[in-house]
Design a protein around this ligand. Structure first.
Ligand code: PLP
Length: 454
């Protein structure tokens, strides 16, 4: 019998849940008979899970920053599962995909292909430090699994330190290092030796540092490294997708602690790689180089699933074993999509636009704080932005109910975004966004906050 101990609020971590009563109300008002027919079929044939089926709506098109639903309504997509760095249906990526499909559509194992080699070379050139060895996988979760295996083989150890509330994918190994109840609850025994520590969340600092940060969160990681004595790796998102940005000096301290205790540092930049935070790789903001960097999502240009592990050159230690062995490991079409994506990002200087537009949006959202008491904090790095809603700024009690109402109201007005951890409005638009599009989206958000306050 499954325990009902956790309330829905505790399960609201990675995203808003489809079992919410607000969802039913929204659907009643917005979904017509044809859409409902497809939603019913979706619900009939897919296994139900709380972050997807039953689904909210049916999409028919996506282009640039916009989604279009079956009823012809347009939505600016400030979520996009973080795959739409270069915008949806980017013509450069589509052309590369079509062209490659006609030349070499698949690469049978034992052979390699030029798009895969060129992409690996490009990533090694772009990645900082000695990160020069690459492995591809068809999903971020799979790349995390490869990173964990490589860390075990390279160190001869198996323990890990990762963070509560983190997400590294949905497979058993990834949820073992992940820290979200919605994935771990009822999943049975997870990987042994997967220790967890609190995330470096300055707004809700467990150590009470708040404005006087003394990096106790980093010291605690070193404490656990020392107590365990045989940790293979510290694995973490460089910046949590709820835009929890670690304090200055955090990563340097953790890097040094890993070095002192013989542990590898694995940074998961799957959702933010290739410029979302204003730099190609998020670790470049913190002047830290991990031993293994994991990227994905937008790497495939929002069209092809593709992820990559980029490892330090001297971690090439398992030539006689299999780290990945995924059927689509060196898929030439996926690699062509990724190369076109990177070229487009570079030519259009999209990381710089992410920095500029992100800075602009954060400033506007901080202005909104003066009008809306409900906004407890606004934070971000480039176009990874978060607005945390609270019932009371002093107690910081999460305003989960209100966050959902803001989200459903925004959907009605043409803005799509995700709510994470129950109360954080998470905004991740394409890096191609213009200032007028950003203004339009923020005007909607402002309006919805005012509505919910009434
Ligand atoms: C930080 C992080 N790591 C790993 C993953 C898993 O990637 P994928 O869904 O491609 O398996 C995700 C996906 O949301 C993510 O956000």
């Amino acid at each position: 019998m499954r325990s009902q101990k956790n309330s829905n609020d505790e399960l609201k971590s990675e995203g808003d849940l489809n079992i919410s009563p607000h969802r039913q109300v929204w659907a009643k008002e917005h979904i017509d008979a044809e859409t409902q027919h497809w939603l019913d079929l979706d619900a009939k044939y897919f296994l139900h899970q709380s972050l997807s089926t039953p689904c909210l709506n049916v999409l028919s098109h996506c282009d640039g920053i916009n989604l279009e639903d079956l009823q012809g309504r347009s939505l600016m997509d400030f979520h996009g599962n973080n795959v739409h760095q270069v915008g949806f249906a980017n013509q450069r990526v589509i052309d590369a995909v079509k062209d490659q499909m006609e030349k070499l559509a698949f690469c049978t194992r034992r052979y390699t292909n030029i798009p895969a080699i060129k992409l690996a070379e490009k990533l090694a050139q772009l990645a900082p430090g000695e990160l020069n060895k690459v492995l591809f996988a068809p999903a971020g979760t799979a790349a995390i699994g490869m990173a964990l295996k490589l860390a075990r083989m390279a160190t001869g150890r198996f323990k890990t330190i990762s963070m509560w509330d983190s997400f590294h994918g949905a497979s058993l190994d990834a949820i073992s290092v992940g820290g979200e109840a919605i994935f771990r609850k009822d999943a049975g025994p997870l990987l042994p030796g997967a220790e967890h520590v609190p995330p470096p969340d300055c707004y809700r600092c467990l150590w009470g540092c708040e404005d006087n940060c003394t990096l106790k969160c980093a010291d605690y990681i070193e404490y656990v490294l020392a107590k365990e004595g045989d940790v293979a790796a510290v694995i973490a998102e460089t910046v949590r997708s709820t835009s929890v940005v670690p304090p200055a000096g955090f990563w340097q301290k953790v890097r040094e602690a890993c070095d002192r205790h013989g542990a590898l540092l694995i940074l998961d930049e799957i959702p933010h790689c290739l410029g979302r935070t204003g730099k190609m790789f998020t670790c470049q903001h913190f002047d830290v180089v991990p031993d293994i960097l994991v990227i994905g999502k937008g790497l495939g240009g929002g069209i092809f699933p593709l992820a990559a592990l980029i490892a330090r050159e001297d971690l090439d230690v398992a030539p006689d074993r299999a780290l990945g062995h995924y059927t689509h490991e060196k898929n030439p079409v996926a690699c062509a999509a990724a190369m076109a994506t990177i070229e487009y990002l570079e030519e259009e200087n999209l990381p710089a636009n992410a920095e500029k537009m992100g800075g602009y949006a954060i400033k506007r959202m901080r202005e909104m704080m003066q009008r809306h008491e409900m906004i407890g904090a606004v934070r971000g790095l480039g176009l990874l932005m978060g607005m945390e809603l609270v019932k009371d700024r002093r107690t910081k009690q999460p305003a989960t109910e209100e966050a959902e109402r803001v989200m459903y109201s925004a959907l009605s007005k043409g803005l799509n975004f995700k709510v994470t951890m129950g109360s954080i409005i998470t905004l991740t638009p394409p890096l191609t966004i213009s200032q007028s599009e950003m203004d339009r989206a923020l005007d909607i958000l402002d309006e919805c906050l005012a509505e919910v306050k009434e």
